[in-house]
Design a protein. Sequence first.
Length: 257
Amino acid sequence: MHAWFRGTPAPRVLAHRGFVPPGSEGVVENTFAAIAAAHAAGAIYVESDCHVTADGVVVLFHDSDLRRVAGDPRQIAHVRHAELAEIMSARGGLVTAADAFDAFPTVRFNLDVKAQNAALPLGRLVARYADRTLLTSFSDARRTLALEAARAAGGMPATSGGQETVARTLAAVATGSRALVARVLRGVDALQIPERAGRLRVVTPRLLRAAHSAGVEIHVWTVNDLSDMDRLLALGVDGIVSDRTDLALAAVRRAKR
């Protein structure tokens, strides 16, 4: 078991982009204030996303541009770190990937490589924090690039499979071959997936059994309804990715009784 998982038995709560408590003003996701709120609520795991600024700084940011968060159409890749920090100063505070690890030494980060140009610098950066890092991406190519960069720099982060890995896993599960599932999931520590993709039910007892037999956890995103949390935890999922860190932590406490 990778160190990212050790000492914190499942089911786990992954604070989705940190935690913005209901009624909060002037705070947005993926900021210093949001991570601090998740930590204060009791979250050990924080999920976030990574882009790179115009001057090469890896920052925690979901969108490729500032339109939704700040009403600014510019791409993150076209804004320098200092200017981005100024823009975000009234919105909870910009967090670089390096800042996140240094400012929150007990938090374990689930980092999604959102941009191709973030893969190499992020991988190199997290090598020294590999025991507290799980790298993921919808793109298995980006994820692999970041992992290889981390390993070349001497670190071995945990990892969650991308969309191609998830699709191949579902196909392998459909064959009923545990050996095939294990082969597809070799080198993967978790699958982070939605409960459904359109009409397709992704999270099923059969998938859970197959993944667990291969030593892989199933984390479900993004679950904000309390009844959905309770149902998924009863089904046996290993983690809940949620905007409502407070509700998810309470649901896990009930599930562990």
